[in-house]
Design a protein around this ligand. Sequence first.
Ligand SMILES: NC(=O)c1ccc[n+]([C@@H]2O[C@H](COP(=O)([O-])OP(=O)(O)OC[C@H]3O[C@@H](n4cnc5c(N)ncnc54)[C@H](OP(=O)(O)O)[C@@H]3O)[C@@H](O)[C@H]2O)c1
Length: 324
Amino acid sequence: MLLLAGCAAGGAPESGAAEKTGVVSTPEEEQRVTSSGENTAAPLSQSEGIFDLEKRTVLLNSGYEMPVIGLGTWTLSDDEAENSVYHALKSGMRLIDTARYYGNEVGVGRGLQKAIDEGIVTREEVFITTKIYGGNYERAGGIIDDALKDLNVDYIDLLLIHQPGADDEGVYKAMEEAVGDGKLRSIGISNYYTKEQVDEVLSFATIIPAVIQNENHLYYQNTELQDYVRQYNIVIESWYPFGGRGHTSEHFGNEVITELADKYGKSSAQIILRWQLQAGFIAIPGSSNPDHIAENYNIFDFELTDTEMQRIRSLDRQMRYENW
Ligand SMILES: NC(=O)c1ccc[n+]([C@@H]2O[C@H](COP(=O)([O-])OP(=O)(O)OC[C@H]3O[C@@H](n4cnc5c(N)ncnc54)[C@H](OP(=O)(O)O)[C@@H]3O)[C@@H](O)[C@H]2O)c1
């Protein structure tokens, strides 16, 4: 089943798990490069930005495949992150989201290593995202090396600037150099909500961001940004898919969601995640509960109709919980 990012579409349910991720799909397709500041990139491939719900991946504009559903690790300690990452990989998830700021990259690395040691996954099958916080051109290279060391990996699949900062241009340049050095595969940004903010990054980017990770949920659906960045085959990834800790009941208890949960014999969490994917948003629900993690990945045996997608779309109130 193929879905255009941001479009609800039909297709048959399936059951196969994602196989290889983070792999360049077509060897001859190089990183998308613009002449700096011109934003002139033409699509390399018609399949970029299209969600393939059979493979459970999306082909990024960097040429790498990214799983469309994964585990978020914000607020998890090293020990909790290790346990959650291990169970996520055991459940079939292949995308893990962390950040320097979360202070749990060591735990994430341990969970990954445990799953590798037990033969559950290979490194190549897992897609690790982390985020760089603060810094400038001079410091960013060292921060990237620290992340590699803490995660105990040779490369990071996706590095995001965590939020707009004083020297985005310098940090982004260091990230682009790290792509050239093979330390990073894809790069992107987080907490950039408007066309203007994205245009500023594009004005100095040599490599177009592959992903923008933003707050995005039932009550804050930023389809305007999604529509704008589609021309660059940039994919939007949702943080707080359930509204974040302390707000999940507002989402799980929504009447439209509970009605659909009853209809499909699924939990509210599963309905929300399925909506995120069919709407063309990558989702990274956070959890320290192995049962919840397995549940969050069990969303590939049903499909919301266009009408149901529209009903959920209309829940949008443009209401954010955070202002960073
Ligand atoms: N870039 C950024 O600035 C930014 C900001 C915030 C978050 N993020 C990323 O996005 C991820 C997601 O955000 P989040 O974790 O803060 O919030 P979230 O995913 O919206 O919600 C997490 C909450 O949902 C609960 N939960 C998860 N699965 C559940 C299920 N199946 N049934 C019932 N409850 C369930 C979790 O509790 P249990 O632990 O009990 O399952 C936790 O309380 C983060 O972990 C982080 O990786 C990025």
